[in-house]
Ligand binder design. Structure first.
Ligand code: AHR
Length: 499
């Protein structure tokens, strides 16, 4: 049984260009993200490129990551960048921020040079999250000088050269602090501002206007945090302490277990994911009260599902590692559709986290490596990056749930670029396919399309080391006749490229 639905693509209305940075990523030194995840070491039997897992590098290259945040997260708040430079065998072993959670030690095998090397390999811009809690502003300024000053120009630039990279890394995005309302010092908004001003003023004195500083924003829907910070910003505009972006973190929690959830929990999770709409709209509205020209960008630099621990292949050894099913893929698709449709509101977004952790694109360990369904969503949505967003609307059924805004059973976004239209449709309905009629306004649609579909008979299905290709997309060529119609399977995600 299927439902008839219409999707209107109004080419006359657009929110602007979809910045590729809405498709950003996050990699923290936590659990298994780096060690035995991204990083296996140069001497490993696991095929690697200068220490990084080759299969992962090659897969990541394919989805052209625009930006990668590092080294935390909470980890950043006790990280001293000087531990991660120089000969690897001489680097210190540290009890990092997460020590009290998992009692694992940080070997510092991956430091600034390795991370920049990884970014270069995969073509991502580095976004460095600097420690605002336990290092001084001068320490961070020195890190910036170390990364960015011309070859041989200063003692720190020379040191960088001696450590293997004479040419600067040109790191533009610098986060100052992380979750300063929580693990980053339990600050009030005012305390956070005070600290941010100190740090960014000192760091900005290196090279005015070159750096994009991202200040720690709210926890989830704490709009008051945003308002108090923006009020203070508007009172003086902090001329010596420029702000490029303000972050917000929103994890849409869990409902049931990653691979064991009821139909009701399927929808509960999707309602929680859809709450991202309120997160971005309400924070932006609070920012607009003080910054109507939108000089400061909203940066969602951590997002994803946060399930209960232990469902990943390491069975709980890797902190926060979780499996990802079609439900997580659905959350990814809804969230990316939302960001496309709010490309005038969100300046950057980073899914948390890349490997062996929350909402990951990859699971890995030893010789094993798999792409999760989340990875396939990022791959399928690639056509939107840099495209001009096209307004869409649908008459799809609304679901209701107490405490949440009504949720339509189709999540849609569209964009155009290089003479092709990319249209992504996620069918939230767990049991019914939707026959979607496309109605263009202001332009004709071509009659040929490539359609990629991600679905599985069992919504709990996921990719494991034993069965790495259980959930993979399928591709078909479509020729539209009189009308442009496509069928999106129940709990399925479709990406169309219409020429
Ligand atoms: O992504 C895991 C953790 O979640 C991050 O370190 C922290 O910023 C957030 O609380």
């Amino acid at each position: 049984m299927s439902r008839q639905t219409e999707v209107v693509l109004n080419f006359k209305k657009s929110k602007g260009i979809i910045d590729p940075k809405l498709y950003g990523h996050f990699s923290e030194h936590i659990g298994g993200v780096f060690y035995d995840g991204l990083w296996v070491g140069e001497d490993s039997k696991v095929p690697n490129i200068r220490g990084f897992r080759k299969a992962l590098v090659e897969s990541f290259q394919k989805i052209a990551p625009p930006v990668l945040r590092w080294p935390g997260g909470c980890f950043a708040e006790t990280y001293d960048w000087r531990d991660g430079i120089g000969p690897r065998e001489q680097r210190p072993l540290r009890a990092n921020w997460w020590y009290s959670h998992d009692h694992r030690l940080e070997p510092n095998a991956v430091g600034t040079h390795e991370f920049m090397d990884f970014c270069r390999m995969v073509g991502a811009e580095p976004y460095v999250a600097a420690n605002m809690t336990s290092l001084t502003p001068l320490d961070i300024r020195n890190w910036m000088e170390y990364c960015n000053f011309p070859a041989g120009s200063t003692t720190l630039a020379k040191q960088r050269g001696e450590n293997g990279d004479p040419e600067p890394f040109n790191v533009k995005y610098w986060g100052i602090g992380n979750e300063n309302w929580g693990g980053g010092g339990q600050m009030t908004p005012e305390e956070n501002i005070w600290e941010f001003k100190r740090y960014s003023t000192i760091c900005n004195s290196l090279d005015k206007g070159q750096y994009h500083f991202i200040m720690c924003g709210a926890n989830g829907h704490d709009v008051e945090w945003t308002r108090r910070i923006m009020k203070e910003w508007a009172s003086s505009r902090w001329h010596e302490a420029p702000v490029w972006g303000m972050s917000v973190h929103y994890y849409c929690g869990t409902a049931g277990w990653p691979q064991d959830f009821t139909e009701d929990q399927w929808y509960q999770q999707l309602f929680q994911a859809d709450f991202m709409r309120r997160i971005v709209d309400d924070h932006r509205a609070a920012m607009d009260e003080f910054d109507p020209e939108r000089k400061i960008k909203l940066v969602v630099d951590e997002w994803g599902c946060w399930h209960k621990d232990g469902s990943g292949p390491s069975k709980g050894y890797n902190l926060f590692e979780q499996q990802s099913s079609m439900r997580d893929a659905m959350v990814a698709a809804m969230t990316l559709n939302l960001f496309n449709n709010r490309c005038d509101v969100v300046g950057m977004a980073n899914v948390a986290q890349l490997c062996n952790n929350l909402h990951s694109l990859y699971l890995a360990g030893g010789e094993h490596f798999v792409e999760t369904p989340n990875y396939h969503v990022f791959d399928m949505f690639q056509g939107h990056k840099g495209g001009r967003q096209i307004d869409t609307s649908t008459d799809a059924l609304y679901l209701e749930r107490e405490g949440f805004a009504p949720l339509q059973t189709l999540s849609v976004s569209a964009s155009e670029k290089d003479g092709a239209v990319t249209l992504t449709i996620a069918n939230l309905d767990m049991s019914q396919a939707q026959e979607v009629k496309l109605i263009p306004v202001g332009k004709k649609l071509g009659n040929k399309a490539e359609m990629i579909t991600l679905r599985h008979d069992d919504v709990h299905a996921c990719n494991t080391f034993e069965e790495p290709f259980a959930v993979v997309p399928s591709r078909t060529e479509i020729a539209f006749e009189k009308e442009a119609c496509v069928t999106v399977p129940a709990a399925g995600i479709a990406a169309l490229r219409i020429r």
